[in-house]
Ligand binder design. Sequence first.
Ligand SMILES: O=C(O)CCC(=O)C(=O)O
Ligand SMILES: [Fe+2]
Length: 315
Amino acid sequence: MSESIPTVDLSPFFGEGDEDGKKKAKEVISQACSQYGFFQIQNHGVSPELLSRALELSKTFFGFSDDVKLKSSPGSAAPLPTGYSKRPEHAPDKSEYMLMFPPESGFNVYPENPPEFKEVLEDVFTHLANLGSLIESIINECLGLPPNFLKEYNHDRSWDFMVAHHYFPATETENNGLSEHEDPNCVTFVFQDQVGGLKVRKNGEWIPITPAQDTLVVNIGDVIQVLSNKKFKSATHKVVRPEGKSRYSYAFFYNLQGYKWVEPLSKFTEEIREAPKYRGFLYQEYQASRMRNKSHPPAKPEDNNINITHYAINS
Ligand SMILES: O=C(O)CCC(=O)C(=O)O
Ligand SMILES: [Fe+2]
C-alpha cells in the first residue's frame, strides 16, 4: 500500500476537558507538520453538507458558458483577481477558478447564478476562517511559542482568500492541473470532490492525497516554514488532471498581512544556536512576485519557480 498523510480527529478541541485527546492530536499534528507539511482533519466543526453544497454549486457555475462566467470577471483594483478567471491558453495549468476575499470585502465579485452561490461561499469562508484560527492556535502550541503569539502576529483576517477550482480533464498528451508549488501563506485548507489528483512530495516521491468523506486537507505554508526555520515544512504539491473527468476543489488561504516582516524566530535560531535558513522579507513583496509569475506565466511548468528558496540562506 502506498504511503498516506496522517489524519487527525479534531473533536477534542470542540468539547470540554479532553486534555488527553488534545495532547494526542497535537502530537500527530507536530509529526505531520515536520515530516509531510500536510495532514487531513476530521470532526473539524464545518458542516460536511455545506462543503458538498459548495462543490455542487461551483460545478454548476463552471458549467455555464464563458460569456456568462465572464460577467463576474476580476475587479482590477483587487490585490488578487477576484471573481472568475480562466488561465490563459499558454499557461501550464489547465483550469478556471473563482476567487474571493472575506465576505465583507469590497473587492468581491459574485456570480448571479446559481442564486445561492454567494451565500454558500460566504458561509464556507466564515467557517474556514474560524477553523484557521483554531489550527493556528494548535500550531502555536505545537511549536512551543508563547500563548497567542501567532494570533497577535497575524491579527487581521482581511488578507485571507478562497479559491474555487475547476480542472479540465486531461488530454492524451498532457495532464498538468496545477504545477508543483508551495503555498506562500500560513495555513491552507483544501476540500475536494471524489475525483482525486492532488499529490504532495515527500523525499522525492509523490504521495496522493486520496479524497476522504468529510475530511479537510490542511497544509503548512511558507510563512510558518520560515518562522519555524523549517521545523515545520511547507510541502511541494501539485494537481494532476484525471482522464475523462473534471475535478472540482476549494482552497482556503489563511494568510498574513502584507506589511508583515517574515523571518525565522529566535526560538528556532539563536536560542538553539542554529543558523537562520532564510533572510527576512516583507510578505507583500513575496506575494506580489509570485502573482506576477502567475499572471505572466512562463511557458514551461519548470520555469514557474518563484518560491521561498529565493530567500534561502545557503550555509
Ligand atoms: O485543488 C487542489 O486540490 C489544490 C489547490 C492548491 O494547491 C492551491 O490552490 O494552492
Ligand atoms: Fe497549493
